[in-house]
Design a binder for this molecule. Structure first.
Ligand code: GAP
Length: 621
């Protein structure tokens, strides 16, 4: 068994089989428990927009914080925060104005618009229809006699149009200055490259991160958070020198394992994803770029830490027809949700696409000046065309002929080292014979201290909404406690919206006051606390279990120095060995095992912070 396989076996063995369960309708559950709900329900709802409720907003914040800690702080990258609206020239340069289209097919009967590639994927065995191109998708729709998902009318023969996904607006009054809501946070980084390079003291590699909203006017939003029109991206643009890059610290992630599904395996009928370490993926050239491989390792550990089940996770390489207009290579992180593989993130090698485009379209310089270790002397071929000869000879074309001579000197100086009397240049397909003397060809020796290079870009681009949805789906559990069915979310303590629920056993005899004091002290210590004094204590535990709160604290009579007999879960001031517990202690209960222990109130902030941050386990208390 390879190291990768044995790690997988270990992972499988540690899966909580008895507990894990398929989440019921997650969207309904998310609404009921305060995670997310469709926006503006009072007005019939608006498709593709979701509002995060109190639990969801907390979970999302925590996921974002852990991403920031891992991808920005720990990597030594810089974070920026750019506007969500950008002027049109930015998207002309980036290619989004022309190339950011989805395939739209309209029903001839009911007029409903659908994503043509989704109609194909949903009704045939074809998995990645986007890569087929519009013409082939049109053919497939006809071949399979596919129908409108809304009314059942045949779609054969309907033209497939390109639909640009950007939301357009006007900057200021009037329409003279169009703007667009950014379809990716990345462009906010690329347009500021000249200044960001200064901040990085023009030293490659350097990375810039951004986390924020992106907008896409999706043709058919679906599966609640999985395809929405406004969502959060967490992106890193890493600028590297393509010719001189020491590369990442691959050693640090070499043993991280994940299933890899490269192009050849996808195209092979019997091909399957293969579990391997990052080290193996690089050594076997499965992942060509070491920086991409490095961030696949970092991301695997990060997804694991936020609660994505790695036995339902893989990396899939984009097929060539599937890649975005800017990507030279791309790997997606995918998770299995409800039997489908959904894309959580893309890891793209964008080469010099973006910086070259902005360099060409703007007045700024999007290169880095790379200083040589030692100055070098190089030969610079040059011409100094004699216009008093070229003018009479070539008339209106003389200027273009002079430019063509300059280009030729730069690209093929040997053309001037000839025994002939003339040199030939081409302008707009016409050949011009130029007297060699009139070109005034020479070679100068110049000393150069460095050169301008256009950095290449490696981009891990993670979607937060899809990660959150997956975490909810993968953390859903069902079990039985004291003969009663229970459902709970096994969220890691680091991302759970609430770290601790604080309850008085009953709201009388001073228990409520003491519990409120405990809750206030824990909040002051920076912990996220839910206070609850309504209903039976078991019911209160269940409410916190359902939203994934990892710990609960109960203030009971023993806390006040008045021990009473404990009940079956040890609440009510009892201890497992029957001894009266110390005053000023509380019951601390763990969500997953439902185990309980007594902890001094004075120790609670330290203990709970340690449990949340992974510095302490429940057994170690
Ligand atoms: N800058 C690169 C980029 O934007 P992308 O693959 O189009 O790449 C990155 O988007 C991630 O953003 C996706 O992997 C996904 O998690 C998320 N995402 C994209 N479109 C989305 C949508 N309509 N709804 C929710 N998340 C989306």
């Amino acid at each position: 068994m390879s190291e990768g396989e044995s790690q997988q076996a270990e992972r499988d063995a540690s899966l909580p089989d008895a507990d894990s369960a398929t989440a019921p309708d997650l969207t309904e559950l998310a609404k009921r428990r305060g995670f997310f709900l469709q926006t503006a329900g009072a007005y019939g709802g608006v498709s593709g927009f979701y509002t995060f409720g109190p639990q969801g907003a907390g979970l999302k914040d925590n996921i974002e914080d852990t991403w920031r800690e891992r991808f920005t702080v720990r990597e030594g990258n810089m974070e920026i925060d750019a506007p969500t609206v950008m002027p049109e020239p930015v998207f002309e340069a980036s290619g989004h104005l022309d190339g950011f289209d989805d395939m739209l097919v309209e029903c001839p009967e009911c007029g409903a618009s659908h994503r043509a590639d989704h109609v194909v994927e949903d009704n045939t065995d074809i998995e990645e229809a986007e890569g087929l191109g519009a013409e082939r998708v049109e053919e497939v729709i006809a071949e399979y006699e596919l129908v409108c998902p809304a009314c059942g009318t045949g779609l054969a023969g309907q033209a497939i149009e390109g639909f640009n996904l950007m939301f357009r607006t006007n900057i200021g009054p009037g329409s003279s200055s169009p703007g667009y809501l950014r379809p990716e946070t990345a462009q906010g980084i690329f347009v500021e490259f000249p200044q960001l390079a200064e901040y990085a003291r023009n030293q490659l590699p350097f990375g810039v991160t951004q986390i924020g909203r992106a907008y896409r006017n999706e043709i058919s939003p679906r599966k609640s958070l999985l395809r929405v029109r406004e969502f959060t991206q967490a992106e890193l643009e890493l600028f590297v020198d393509p010719e001189d890059d020491a590369g990442p610290d691959l050693e640090s992630v070499a043993d991280v394992t994940a299933p890899f599904y490269p192009i050849d395996a996808q195209e092979d009928e019997d091909g399957e994803p293969r579990e391997m370490t990052i080290g193996e993926a690089v050594a076997e050239d499965v992942v060509a770029d070491p920086w991409i491989a490095y961030y696949l390792g970092v991301a695997t550990e990060w997804y694991d830490s936020i609660g994505v089940d790695l036995s339902r996770f893989r990396y899939r390489q984009h097929l060539s027809g599937e890649r975005a207009h800017y990507a030279a290579d791309c790997w997606d992180a995918e998770a299995e949700v409800d039997g489908d593989w959904i894309e959580l993130a893309g890891f793209a090698y964008r080469a010099d696409y973006d910086l070259s485009k902005h360099d060409a379209h703007s007045d700024d310089d999007f290169t880095i000046f790379k200083q040589y270790d030692e100055p070098v002397t190089v030969e610079r071929p040059a011409v100094d065309p004699d216009m008093s000869v070229l003018g009479p000879e070539f008339g209106g074309s003389a200027g273009d002929v002079a430019s063509a001579l300059e280009d030729l000197a730069a690209t093929d100086p040997d053309a001037f080292r000839t025994d002939d009397d003339t040199v030939t240049v081409t302008v707009d397909g016409d050949a011009f014979e130029v007297p060699l003397d009139a070109a005034n060809f020479s070679v100068e020796e110049v000393t150069e201290s460095g050169e301008h290079v256009t950095p290449h870009v490696v981009e891990p681009s993670l979607g937060i909404d899809r990660a959150l949805y997956t975490v909810l789906d993968h953390s859903y559990r069902e079990d039985e406690v004291d003969g009663e069915d229970r459902t709970y979310l096994e969220l890691p303590a680091a991302v759970a919206p609430t770290t601790v629920g604080v309850f008085p056993l009953m709201d009388r005899d001073g228990l409520g006051e003491r519990a409120r004091e405990v809750a206030a002290d824990l909040r002051a210590a920076g912990l996220s606390v839910a206070y609850d004094d309504s209903g039976a204590i078991g019911r209160r535990y269940r409410r916190q279990d359902e939203v994934g709160t990892p710990f609960c604290v109960t203030v009971d009579y023993a806390t006040l120095g008045e021990a009473e007999e404990g009940d079956s879960e040890g609440q009510n001031g009892g201890t497992e060995d029957g001894d009266a517990p110390d005053p000023d202690t509380v019951t601390l209960r763990e969500r997953d095992s439902t185990a309980q222990t007594r902890v001094a109130i004075a120790d609670l902030p330290r203990v709970l912070s340690g449990l949340r941050d992974g510095d302490l386990t429940f057994d170690e208390i």
